[in-house]
Design a protein around this ligand. Structure first.
Ligand SMILES: CC(C)(C)OC(=O)NCc1c[nH]c2nc(N)[nH]c(=O)c12
Length: 370
């Protein structure tokens, strides 16, 4: 088995659990947050810096790496781990979501998706088989099935068609995928329709994947609706296999997701908002580029012990951001990723000590933001 999972602790009062995810490039404690490295880099961070802030497993994107620099080039480089100098586990998303978020630039058929590159407008075609070929060339530890992520909101008809196609494509991925040292996860779709989520989960569980993602959430629906979908979808998945909530999420969603039995998360939030000078703190977001911080000589977050908070002030980081100095983005990125990794560490400790509900209440009382 390329990828396997062991539950090490189950919270009896919530769906939360602790686990160990075994991959060819190492073992990861779950619940785990994966920093996003879309184009084979966690933006502005060296792999050593990602590890220093607590990153152990990262996500990269099939769609982007296929378009540039190309999966064949990365295969020639010895695979994605060697190409980007990251020796920990890597999960690659299949591109399913990316080609659907290209909007008018794409045309869907049963065979796959024809789309134009967002880089140079060139025409391309992605099928489940192509998505497998690319991910096998990249050599990630976990590959994702090629799915159709329905937008929100969408009609039941649209969600039904997308969910049925997602299952047919999942079968084709299962057939096409034959790299022994790479796990393939199925992706449950179904929009916000309970019966479609049940059907998608049942059909994918029959295909016996080593892990299951819940896709099509955090696509603009209210958070309460996302939690409701999780409440009835997570129990449909095999308890002994990892559950990955794609594209999630903000600190409050991470806490709520763990409570509902999610083991893996990824989100661009901490790295993306860093690039426009917004820092995550326990009280919510702090827009350090705002004038109010011009003479604030305290750290981004007073009791944070990340490299940025130990050595720099809000005033200095604000100055760098305003002056378009690259170090400004690097420091906010270091802090934001550290904040999320520290939160995951505290969540795992709270689960272990059976006080996850108290942790949720305490954290959300202070955290005014998303
Ligand atoms: C809008 C954001 C990206 C925050 O969330 C989602 O879209 N959430 C859904 C999502 C994220 N990544 C995926 N990959 C794949 N294959 N399929 C998906 O449904 C998704």
């Amino acid at each position: 088995m390329a990828v396997s999972f062991t539950i090490t602790y189950k919270d009896e009062s919530t769906g939360a659990r602790l686990g160990l995810l075994y991959t060819p490039h190492g073992t990861v404690e779950t619940p785990v947050f994966m920093p996003v490295g879309t184009q084979a880099t966690v933006k502005t961070m060296t792999p050593e810096e990602v590890r220093d802030i607590g990153g152990r497993m990262i996500l990269s994107n099939t769609y982007h790496l296929y378009l540039r620099p190309g999966h064949e080039l990365i295969r020639e480089a010895g695979g994605l781990h060697r190409f980007m100098h990251w020796d920990g586990p890597i999960l690659t998303d299949s591109g399913g979501f990316q080609v659907f978020s290209l909007g008018p630039l794409r045309k869907v058929s049963e065979e796959g998706v024809a789309f134009r590159s967002h880089i140079d407008g060139s025409e391309h075609f992605f099928s489940p088989e192509k998505a497998m070929e690319v991910q096998m060339a990249l050599g990630s530890d976990i590959a994702m099935a090629f799915d159709e992520c329905a937008p929100y909101p969408c009609s039941r008809e649209y969600a039904l068609a997308a969910t049925e196609r997602t299952t047919r494509w999942a079968r084709r991925c299962r057939t096409a995928h034959d790299r022994e040292d790479q796990g393939l996860f199925g992706i449950v779709q179904g929009g916000t329709f309970k019966d479609l989520r049940e059907r998608s989960a049942r059909e994918l569980v029959e295909l016996d994947f080593p892990g299951y993602a819940i896709g099509g959430l955090s696509v603009g629906e209210p958070k309460q609706l996302m939690y409701e979908v999780l409440d009835y979808t997570v129990p449909l998945l095999p308890e002994e296999k990892p559950r990955y909530l794609m594209g999630v999420g903000s600190p409050d969603c991470l806490v709520e997701g763990v409570l509902r039995g999610i083991d893996m998360f990824d989100c661009v939030l901490p790295t993306r908002i860093a690039r426009n000078g917004t820092a995550l703190t326990r009280q919510g977001r702090l827009v350090v580029r705002n004038a109010e911080y011009a003479r604030d000589f305290s750290p981004l977050e007073p009791d944070c012990d990340c490299y940025a908070c130990r050595n720099y002030t809000r005033a200095y980081i604000r100055h760098l951001i305003k002056a378009n100095e690259i170090l400004g983005i690097r420091l906010t990125t270091i802090h934001n990723l550290y904040f999320i990794m520290k939160l995951m560490e505290e969540i795992r400790a709270a689960v272990r000590q059976g006080r996850m509900l108290q942790f949720r209440d305490d954290f959300l009382r202070k955290y005014q933001g998303d």
